[in-house]
Design a protein around this ligand. Structure first.
Ligand code: PLP
Length: 418
């Protein structure tokens, strides 16, 4: 499938005239339509809720937009809890799926009355000591081994640091009941950025069977199953998007085959998607500022890995559109680079693109999740602005770009900078 930006060149030039590149741009229309499809896919389940994974895109305007579409949020740190609370998410609107959790994070989670998801058996006593056990609580499961579907191996949970073994789940539930917990949930995240309609249904079947077994063995009152994140998006033009309506139907089938016969038809399905909710509805907009011809041909842009880490970190592919040259032949082979003093600061390597001229606007696709949020300040690079393209075609600054004063703010006590 051809990848087309959700914004025109004219609109981008208009935005860039007001807010200089680089910036991350988000598409309100795409976000809302996708969230509605997601909710429709699971509307058969009475208690269904998507808890958007805040770490993917921690911007309050986008979080509130998802809130309007009925979503809750999934947090894993103190500041994500603060941000979510400030955005109007309260109590069970928030899942707290953390790991290696500091005591103050558990204390805030307990104080806010959110649903705490325990990553380990030892966290039962730890939480009890630092904050107390809430009446509703969740435990994270890790089945070990490799996670396979009919189409092959998806991921390797046995190597992942998350979650508890079956025996630990059982012991955690028993302990939690003794300490006053009354309502339980099960959570697992077994594979990341999956590209098939089978991931959620297969995972759901495992967790539904686990729910029945845990209820039978411990007598726990299991109220929800959280399928967590991991539904992927196609980053390449060849990739096919997941059909979320089919995914919802697949989960329904497992639900009807496993939970309904066990008398557990009131169990709610939760999800914690990040990438699927926002990934395709954001892009990084940058301008070509230099070209260089040595042993290879380089285009230097005004963004760098500090604005989008995935290519440098994972070798991840992000499609690039040179605005205004959509129909030009891709007859130039470029490395598209940022300015970090690190040779892995390349958004593309040996990419066939149209001839790029200085000043051209480049759109890096699918940066709406795990894009801006993975940014950092290496080499003293400053974080960019975030801008929302609204449904009516207007645009709004939803995070200003950092200034040197922001970068130096943590050194203020030295009184070096006036
Ligand atoms: C990162 C994360 C998610 C979201 O993952 P995506 O791949 O963006 O869907 C959900 N839940 C937990 C606990 C996570 O750590």
């Amino acid at each position: 499938m051809e990848k087309k930006p959700f914004v025109t060149k004219e609109k981008l030039e208009e935005i860039a005239a007001k807010y200089p590149t680089p910036f991350h741009l988000y598409d309100e229309k795409g976000i809302r339509e996708n969230a509605r499809r997601m909710n429709k896919a699971f509307s058969w389940n009475k208690g269904f809720r998507e808890y958007f994974a805040v770490k993917a895109t921690p911007n309050p305007v986008l979080m509130k937009l998802l809130k309007e579409e009925g979503c809750g949020v999934d947090c894993s740190s103190y500041t994500e809890l603060m941000l979510s609370d400030a955005c109007g998410f309260h109590g069970h609107d928030i899942m707290f799926s953390s790991n290696d959790t500091p005591p103050e994070d558990f204390r805030l989670a307990k104080q806010l009355g959110v649903i705490i998801n325990l990553d380990d058996l030892t966290h039962v006593d730890f939480l009890n000591e630092v904050a107390g056990i809430p009446e509703t609580i969740c435990c994270r499961y890790n089945p070990g081994g490799v996670f396979k579907t009919a189409n092959g191996i998806m991921d390797n949970p046995g190597d992942a640091k998350y979650g508890m073994t079956y025996d630990q789940m059982e012991e955690a539930y028993r302990k939690l009941m003794k300490l006053g917990a009354k309502r339980f949930g099960i959570h697992a995240f077994l594979a990341s950025n999956t590209q098939t309609d089978e991931y959620y249904p297969e995972l759901a079947r495992i967790l539904f069977q686990l729910a029945v077994r845990l209820r039978d063995e411990t007598g726990a009152d299991i109220r929800f199953v959280n399928l967590s994140g991991g539904v992927g998006i196609p980053y390449t033009p060849e990739g096919e998007p997941v059909d979320i309506l089919k995914v919802g139907e697949g989960v329904r089938k497992a639900f009807e085959e496993v939970l309904v016969p066990a008398g557990m038809e009131n169990v709610a399905i939760f999800t914690e998607l990040g990438r699927f909710m926002l990934g395709p509805y954001g892009c990084l907009v940058t301008r070509a500022v230099h070209e260089k011809h040595t042993y290879k041909d380089y285009i230097g842009v005004d963004a760098c890995a500090a604005n989008l880490m995935r290519p440098a970190m994972y070798g991840a592919y992000h499609h690039i559109t040179v605005m205004g040259k959509e129909n030009a032949p891709c007859d130039h082979k470029y490395d598209v680079t940022g300015g970090l003093c690190e040779n892995n600061d390349k958004f593309a390597i040996d990419r066939m693109l149209p001839k790029i001229d200085i000043g051209d606007l480049l759109v890096l696709h699918d940066t709406g999740a795990h894009g801006f949020s993975m940014g950092y300040n290496y080499n003293g690079k400053l974080r960019s602005a975030e801008i929302l393209l609204k449904e009516d075609g207007s645009f709004e600054l939803i995070r200003r770009a950092e200034t040197p004063a922001d970068y130096f703010a943590t050194l203020d006590f030295l009184h070096l900078f006036g």
